[in-house]
Design a binder for this molecule. Structure first.
Ligand code: F6R
Length: 369
């Protein structure tokens, strides 16, 4: 049941701290190392794998895009991310040293299932990241790492996405731990940060009223753009997808560095543009570049909605609306930066009179190709 909320989606957004904590539960030992015994792929195979390929659809694909940054950084293995619906139609290069990760909330998405079948036929090992016990995708994979989001009823994915991110970070850190990279100390520190992250997600949820108020003022807009860089880029794509699905508005996510290669032509007076700002501490070069992007779009009259870390003062002069998120390690930022975008889309949809839990034309699990 909806537990006092008007919509399942609101309930599921609110459940995110617990979903995140549950997905970490029992997977970090007393010494602060990861114990993913459920990943029943022999350690020798995980150590010798020379490439990771992630296949997924929709929101799960966005989790995969973020996972690529984490996997390549912490394991130094090349990682490709592909829409499952495209994967097997292009003759992908796979062999027994390829580790394929199939991400799916429902475990029944036909595109993802067909992609993993194709991968296994080529001898690749498949690890599923899935939220539904005993569903088809984990059954047909070599191993599964379950996300513990609990049942997700609203068609638009929220808490499953955050737990997919957690599972992806766990896999990246675990592979890093197992294979031994120069990032050993950083991996241990990030595992500590991850174990505290549910509390940070909770803090974001407590400060969402201004985001709701802002969303209600934008109900008559036609377009909203989303910009991000590094892991903020897939977050921008996810923010745009939520808005399309729920508010039926034209929404697009861009990598902020691409702005000058085309999309800046779209910027006009009063256009709402949401910008996900990377931490000024981590990738500080990127931070400076994105602050310039915000200046550029504001100079062209856009309405800037800036999602930035607490203490980031550089963005203040250029933000028409400022949404604060807690400071996190760079790679973990999507766990806190996505939440305001979910709330924004949900509130805009409500303001437009849309059915939040059951958007038109969509189904919770897509069992046809
Ligand atoms: C977006 C959404 C869809 C799903 C996609 C994959 O809010 O819900 O884009 O993410 O259909 O579904 P699963 O994860 O069940 O394979």
């Amino acid at each position: 049941e909806k537990g006092g909320y008007d919509y399942f989606m609101l309930k599921e957004i609110a459940e995110q701290p617990k979903a995140v904590a549950d997905t970490l539960l029992g997977r970090i030992d007393a010494e602060g190392a990861l114990t993913l015994d459920e990943v029943r792929i022999p350690h020798s195979v995980l150590r010798e794998a020379d490439k990771v390929v992630i296949v997924a659809c929709g929101t799960a694909f966005h989790a995969g895009l973020i996972a690529k940054y984490a996997i390549e950084h912490w394991t130094r293995m090349p990682c490709e991310v592909e829409l499952a619906s495209e994967f097997r139609y292009r003759d992908p290069i796979l062999d027994p040293r390829t580790l394929v990760i199939a991400i799916s909330q429902s475990g029944e998405t036909m595109d993802t299932l067909m992609a993993l079948r194709h991968a296994r036929e080529q001898g690749a090992k498949v690890l599923a990241i899935c939220n539904t016990n005993g569903s088809t995708i984990p059954r047909e994979s070599d191993a599964v790492l379950y996300t513990h989001a609990g049942p997700e009823v609203a068609v638009a994915s929220t808490k499953a996405f955050l737990t997919q991110l957690v599972a992806c970070y766990l896999v990246a850190l675990y592979l890093g731990q197992l294979r031994g990279t120069k990032w050993g100390d950083e991996i241990r520190a990030v595992i500590r940060d991850l174990s505290r992250i549910a509390g940070e997600v909770e803090r974001v949820l407590e400060t969402m009223e201004p985001v709701r108020a802002l969303a209600r003022t934008l109900a008559d807009k036609r377009t909203v753009l989303f910009l991000g860089r590094h892991v903020g880029y897939p977050v921008a794509l996810e923010g745009a997808l939520k808005l399309k699905e729920l508010a039926y508005m034209h929404a697009e996510g861009f990598a902020a560095g691409e702005l000058k290669h085309g999309p800046i032509a779209l910027i006009e007076e009063d256009l709402p543009v949401v910008v996900v700002v990377p931490s000024p501490r981590g990738r500080s070069v990127l931070h400076g570049k994105i602050v310039s992007n915000i200046q550029e779009i504001r100079a062209r009259g856009a309405r800037t909605i800036v999602i930035a870390e607490e203490g980031d003062e550089a963005v203040v002069p250029y933000a028409d609306h400022l949404v604060r998120i807690p400071a996190t390690p760079t790679l973990l930022q999507p766990l806190v930066a996505t939440v305001p975008l979910q709330v924004f889309a949900c509130e805009l949809a409500t303001a437009r009179g849309n059915e939040v839990d059951q958007p038109r034309n969509l189904a919770k699990s897509v069992t046809v190709e």
